[in-house]
Design a protein around this ligand. Structure first.
Ligand code: M6R
Length: 615
């Protein structure tokens, strides 16, 4: 959560910082602020609300400074006020700091600093760190090397918690210090300029050359060069990598919202997830990043999947597919639970962490816990060079391109596609026949055009969304591999339209949720599985008998009875195992249009942040 940007170069820093913050707003948008260092003096602007509020202030101030830091906040310590917005200036006026993360031991440090004459004007943990750096800076008077780097290093050795930071000091008018621990920080290497940011998207239009900083590294940038050292003050030889995201991938183009853009990009993002990953005879898939040999994979007795939110839903689908195709027992855990549960795992367990951002703190912690226990731990991530991608033993990139809308859409269907291909790969290593493999690959290859067919129904689904947008409660019901899609549909609706929605296995409804059924509580049924359609139809009858409105998603081969549902969405016929992918798309459109009908901020829903880097 929170996004930070630091800039040093030849251009006025303000606009670069504002542009960067706007692209990072998905990480938090309670308040924003920036500090420009010009002629040894900080000019600081901060305001609650969106980045645009700071932009308005900046237009008036017209600071010409070419070095500065900025921040968009997702509040943790301290309410949403101008004072609590970053940057935080040390009480002696020397240090300005922006911070993404949480300083857990801020209270004892605060008492210590108060004892040394430092004062505080906010309720944040971050101000403690800016004063701590100022304290060390003062005590290091007469130090021979770079005094700011050393004071940052000494301060970071004292703090417990997580951080991605950018620091300015009035005595060093040309340099920014950055450091990270469990919060992302990336260096963009431009033409005569350097940019520090939480995410590549912040500077994708300026440069695609990046250095992915690692935990416990401290970077110093000035107008001409950068240098990286460890906490032990050893020099790090960093390699500059090129990210291949097209710069316009972070632009809205002709779309009104990123959620809309990303939903409509799915034919392409699903295609990208599959490209080059089928065997020559099209009977199985392969992944370059899976560091285990087929022999090693054959010895796996159990697979554990961990993720959060939508990623967790994709893991639940994987459980069905892998158990069905490969007959390997699969467990799925919330990453946040796994890390503290100390679950006994079988010796031959393989662990997969699924995370779009690759930065979700709970998922990262699950990965670290799994590796600590010695399990081979692979990752499925979208963001190249993200912490989870780098810390895992190997894995698969989603290739979805940047996902900016807070509600995950194209990244989720790419995860489902990759997990379906993984199930195929593992199945073919075991009992799945060549013919079944061929059939499944053919079905996978059809997905992009089938998703496009569903997208052609957008206007129809928009009309349905309008009809139900005034309701306050929804049930989403599906069975087997469609149950996780019911959860996903409910999550999407909750996130972007603030309607209470619950996902349930359809047959579980009669064990409690049926009490909610009334004309005021519509149910969305995923009635796409021919083998159990009669059971699902009975569940729908139960809802109708109690006056509950029903929206059903079905396929032609299910022969859904006319007039049973109040509204019916028909998706193309596809392989049973791929129905989760297709059934997701109408639910995304439904949530998107409901959000618009309710005038919600669809790309930046209240209280949420795209990348959850706190516990
Ligand atoms: O980046 P991750 O995939 O690790 O993120 C996990 C969740 O925070 C994320 O899926 C969240 O639930 C989304 N807002 C869902 O739309």
């Amino acid at each position: 959560m929170c996004g930070i940007v630091g800039y040093v170069g030849k251009n006025a820093a303000v606009q670069v910082l504002i542009d960067g913050l706007k692209r990072l707003e998905y990480r938090g948008y309670d308040s924003a602020g920036l500090a420009i260092l010009d002629k040894g003096v900080f000019s600081v602007l901060k305001k609650t609300g969106r980045v645009v509020n700071v932009e308005k202030l900046a237009r008036k101030s017209k600071s010409p400074g070419t070095i500065g830091i900025s921040h968009t906040r997702w509040a943790t310590h301290g309410g949403v006020t101008d004072n609590n917005a970053h940057p935080h200036i040390s009480s002696d006026g020397k240090i300005a700091l922006v911070h993404n993360g949480v300083i857990e031991n801020f209270l004892p440090l605060k008492h210590f600093l108060e004892g040394h004459g430092f004062t505080f004007s906010s309720e944040t943990d971050t101000e403690v760190l800016s004063n701590l750096i100022a304290y060390h800076y003062k005590t290091l008077g007469g130090y021979n090397g770079n005094r700011v780097i050393e004071s940052v290093r000494q301060s970071l050795m004292q703090v417990e918690g997580t951080y991605g930071i950018a620091v300015l000091c009035t005595d060093y008018p040309d340099q920014i210090i950055g450091a990270r621990k469990s919060s992302p920080l990336i260096l963009g290497v431009g033409q005569g300029e350097y940019i520090l940011a939480s995410d590549v998207t912040a500077f994708a239009l300026r440069t695609q050359n990046v250095v992915f900083l690692r935990d416990d590294e401290i970077v110093c940038i000035n107008r001409d060069e950068f240098s990286i050292t460890t906490m032990e003050d050893n020099r790090v030889h960093a390699s500059i990598e090129t990210v291949d995201w097209a710069p316009d991938a972070v632009e809205l183009g002709d779309y009104k919202h990123f959620m809309e853009k990303e939903i409509f990009e799915q034919p392409q993002s699903i295609e990208n997830a599959m490209r080059g990953r089928f065997s020559q005879d099209s009977s199985t898939s392969h992944f370059g990043g899976l560091t285990l040999t087929p022999q090693e994979l054959r010895h796996i007795d159990r697979i554990l999947f961990c993720g959060c939110g939508s990623a967790w839903h994709s893991c639940l689908v994987a459980e069905h597919l892998i158990e069905r195709f490969a007959r390997i027992p699969v467990e799925v855990e919330y990453a946040s639970e796994f890390r503290y549960r100390n679950a006994p795992l079988d010796k031959h367990t393989l662990v997969f962490i699924v995370s779009q951002s690759g930065e979700t703190l709970d998922s990262l912690a699950a990965l670290q816990e799994s590796k600590r226990k010695g399990y081979p731990t692979l990752a499925i991530t979208n963001v190249v060079g993200s912490t989870i991608a780098r810390e895992s033993d190997g894995g698969i990139y989603q290739r979805s391109g940047p996902e900016i809308g807070v509600a995950s859409t194209k990244a989720f269907t790419a995860q489902l596609t990759i997990l379906s291909m993984l199930a195929l790969y593992l199945g073919r290593l075991r009992d799945m026949s060549y013919e079944d493999g061929i059939r499944f690959v053919e079905a996978l290859k059809m997905l992009p055009q089938q998703v496009a067919q569903i997208l052609n129904q957008a206007e129809y689904i928009q009309a349905i969304a309008h009809k139900y947008a005034h309701h306050r409660d929804f049930l989403f019901l599906g069975r087997q591999s469609l149950f996780p899609i019911a959860l996903e549909g409910a999550l999407k609706l909750k996130e972007v339209s603030y309607i209470h929605a619950e996902g349930y296995p359809a047959a579980e409804m009669k064990h409690g949720p049926i009490a909610l059924i009334s004309p005021e509580c519509p149910s969305v049924f995923l009635a796409t599985q021919k083998s159990i359609i009669k059971k699902t139809l009975s569940n729908i009858q139960e809802v109708k008998a109690r006056g509950g409105p029903v929206i059903a998603v079905t396929t032609e081969e299910c022969h859904f009875p006319k007039n049973l549902a109040d509204d019916l969405i028909v998706i193309p016929h596809c392989h049973e195992a791929l129905k989760p992918v297709l059934a997701t798309v109408p639910l995304q459109l439904f949530a998107y249009y409901t959000s618009l009908a309710r005038n919600c901020d669809v790309d930046k829903p209240r209280n949420l942040a795209k990348s959850v880097t706190v516990e």
